[in-house]
Write a protein that binds this ligand. Sequence first.
Ligand SMILES: Cc1cc2nc3c(=O)[nH]c(=O)nc-3n(C[C@H](O)[C@H](O)[C@H](O)COP(=O)(O)OP(=O)(O)OC[C@H]3O[C@@H](n4cnc5c(N)ncnc54)[C@H](O)[C@@H]3O)c2cc1C
Length: 369
Amino acid sequence: MNKIYDCIVIGAGISACTFASFLNQRFSDASILLIEQGRRLGGRSTTRKSRKNKILEFDHGLPSISFSKHISKDILTLISPLISSKKMVDISKDILIMNEFGILKNVFTNDKIYRSVPFMKNFCEEIVNQSMNPKKINFLFQTLAKSIKRINDLWEIQVDNGKIIKSINLVLSSSLIAHPRCLEILMTNTLPLRDAFIPGKDKVVDSVLREIRKLTYIKRKIYILYVSNLELVKNFNQQYLQIIFSNVIREDLSFERIIFQRQSDGSLIILLHCYYINNLLEINIDKIIKSLSSLFLNYQMFVDLFLQARLIDKMDWRASQPLNHLLPKELQWSSSSRIGFCGDWFDFNSCGGVESAMNSSIRLAKMIN
Ligand SMILES: Cc1cc2nc3c(=O)[nH]c(=O)nc-3n(C[C@H](O)[C@H](O)[C@H](O)COP(=O)(O)OP(=O)(O)OC[C@H]3O[C@@H](n4cnc5c(N)ncnc54)[C@H](O)[C@@H]3O)c2cc1C
């Protein structure tokens, strides 16, 4: 007979891992399965390992994690061991701002800004390792959850190889299968979450479906540049640097920030984040190098790097960060249907994306009985 999990979570990003870790702390024997379409942990905060050049590994999604001064005790308990063991490092000093006159300055903020080391994906791994009994947390990677059904008080999740996996509780850590953008991505005519219930059967689910339609996303395009000239790269004496562009530059060129990430052989990956609200545009690489060289006119070392840089890839994030109309936390759990929701699409007093994602996951893990 097929196994019935106590809880299936769709996704394996920060929300899903935080949720699984906290649920496991409460019910250390409960079986949890995370179903993830990607190849590894992390979701939007994941790390890419190049297939062509095995040396190259870099963070092509969320570059850093910031926490507000209102950080919850639960999150602090989770991240404190990572900070003291230097698996999470404060990078406030490695972040600069470029103003519209091309001058670089330090960032002054009350928020703590961290990076997980060696890579961002390690953050999710460490969160799972913090659980009471990690053996009870299972993963199914490269698997897309295509449809969900509630039959005889159990959840049946159909994945892309046709297999059906069952559980008592179901958690959506991503808005995808509830949000209209999934119609194009999953090539379906109806939303899988809508299909699971006839309208009027579950008031929480009806409200989630109604509210989520209003949710819009910031799009980002990441241009991944590579500088292999080790002689040149020697002059750049940092392991990591993030430069945030001023609003004027962002509005003018769509450039949001640029990140320099040292590789294990000394070479350098440069990630240019471009920010879009409506359409995701394509910028010609020659235009990018020209614009960067002119922005960094006062800093010859950067200009030299840009002139030697080669575009090796691009990454489109069509739903990189919710922009507005976040959902109220009261809609996180339906006890009658045993379905829950967590992620950065919930409103947690306007704290940043990762912090609200983690807050929502911890809150949900405490609600399930
Ligand atoms: C380039 C970039 C820059 C960002 N910059 C910022 C920033 O400056 N400030 C900020 O606050 N936030 C930023 N974010 C957003 C931040 O990364 C997210 O808030 C955070 O990672 C959310 O984590 P999550 O676990 O809630 O969601 P996710 O990381 O999206 O995890 C959900 C997971 O579910 C999986 N999934 C979804 N549907 C299915 C399905 N049907 N079957 C199987 N798997 C599925 C997805 O593959 C994904 O891995 C940025 C994101 C990106 C990509």
